[in-house]
Design a protein around this ligand. Structure first.
Ligand SMILES: Cc1cc2nc3c(=O)[nH]c(=O)nc-3n(C[C@H](O)[C@H](O)[C@H](O)COP(=O)(O)OP(=O)(O)OC[C@H]3O[C@@H](n4cnc5c(N)ncnc54)[C@H](O)[C@@H]3O)c2cc1C
Length: 354
């Protein structure tokens, strides 16, 4: 039996399992999923978990219950590409013949002193729970600073303003306008929503230092009861430590078939992979579909097919529970329809994976 191992049951890992099980996996391949958590976490909803508007159970989906699927729970600390071995925190190891690395990402602090120690995060479910506890235990009229007004910072700020209207929320961003990756019309719409809902936007910010309950913007000290970091991501540390070629964001450079150069047995998936789009759940799923095609060909001893560009449908963001914004087929949409679409997609995702 060939040993096929998927590291990470995130959006990419789950899509691979969906496509391979129960019937597509060849009979001579044994499949193992590895994750530190006993369930798949809906990372795209972590902002709501942290804000306290949805329950913990709402962001968990069980891994597939398939007789052919082995699941190993554990925290991976290292991958030895020379010896085909995955090393765990508890010092156990797992060997593989074919490997997919889909371990997601972590916060990137851009060398801002104090940021790792004194800010909260929404990049993992454990961190989002800690953020939830802190934000929801704050005394009346506390001050929350959120650093970074990309999609996750905007979603957290808006959700928190609905969850805790008593709080003063400050959203800091480097740009003149928030949501710099989106068309200006959408940025303006979201900015207006924040003004109307009492969230303070601090644009052209430059966070130079963080201390306990203190943020320094261009060296101006700003008191904050809690600071949440949403200002950048980088691949998981395990991937950062791999001795392979990476792009400037630290993501692994791959061949057109998504394996690392000179090794047809190791693939990198999702937020850890250098792809021609910004990381997203949708991209991880699209790439997972392609890796499945490549693996099925290679397991049959055939040349893998030429792969087309991964097509993305768009992106949707929420502004609390009633409003939203997004780009669908490159067309901006705003308001209640955008929010309904986002909720509908989440429902469908859970329906297909639950
Ligand atoms: C607040 C927020 C909102 C977002 N909204 C959207 C959105 O609307 N649309 C969109 O497309 N994308 C969105 N994203 C981005 C999206 O969540 C990621 O791009 C996506 O999760 C990447 O999928 P992945 O499979 O690469 O990794 P992940 O889904 O992050 O999965 C990684 C898995 O690896 C496991 N893992 C990690 N390290 C280890 C280890 N050392 N040992 C064992 N297991 C480990 C984790 O437990 C996890 O199950 C959002 C992200 C955030 C934070």
């Amino acid at each position: 039996m060939k040993k096929f191992v998927i590291l990470g049951g995130g959006y990419g890992g789950m899509r691979m399992l969906q496509r391979l099980l129960p019937n597509a996996l060849p009979n001579d391949v044994e499949i193992t999923l590895v994750d530190r958590a006993p369930y798949h976490s809906l990372k795209t909803e972590f902002y709501a978990l942290a804000a306290g508007t949805i329950s913990d159970q709402h962001v968990r989906v069980s891994f597939p219950d398939e007789p052919r699927l082995n699941i190993k729970y554990g925290t991976i600390v290292n991958i030895n590409l020379q010896n085909n071995l995955v090393h765990f925190e508890d010092e156990s190891t797992l060997s593989y013949d074919d490997l997919v690395i889909g371990l997601g990402c972590e916060d990137k602090y851009h060398n801002v002193p104090g940021a790792p120690e004194h800010t909260y995060s929404i990049q993992s479910i454990d961190q989002s729970r800690a953020t939830y506890q802190t934000l929801n235990n704050l005394p009346p009229h506390g001050v929350v600073s959120i650093v970074g007004a990309g999609l996750s910072g905007v979603e957290l700020a808006s959700e928190l303003s609905e969850s805790r209207p008593d709080l003063t929320i400050k959203l800091f961003d480097r740009g003149a306008l928030i949501l710099s990756a989106f068309p200006e019309r959408l940025s303006n719409y979201v900015q207006k929503w924040f003004v109307e809902n009492g969230v303070e936007i601090v644009s052209k910010a430059n966070i130079t230092k963080v201390e306990e309950n203190k943020l320094y913007n261009h060296d101006e000290e700003i008191y904050s009861d809690a600071i949440v970091w949403t200002a950048g991501i980088q691949p998981s540390k395990v991937v950062r430590n791999l001795d392979v070629e990476k792009d400037p964001q630290g993501r692994v450079i791959l061949t057109p078939h998504h394996n690392i150069p000179n090794n047809e047995h190791v693939y990198v998936l999702g937020d850890c992979a250098s792809l021609p789009h910004a990381p997203s759940a949708q991209l991880a799923e699209g790439q997972a579909e392609q890796i499945v095609q490549v693996l099925l060909s290679r397991w049959k001893g055939e040349q893998p097919p030429e792969l087309s560009t991964i097509k993305l449908k768009g992106v949707l963001g929420s502004l609390g529970k009633k409003h939203g914004f997004g780009l669908l087929a490159e067309r901006p949409i705003t308001g209640r329809v955008a929010r309904l679409l986002k909720s509908g997609l989440l429902w469908m995702y859970k329906h297909h994976n639950g």
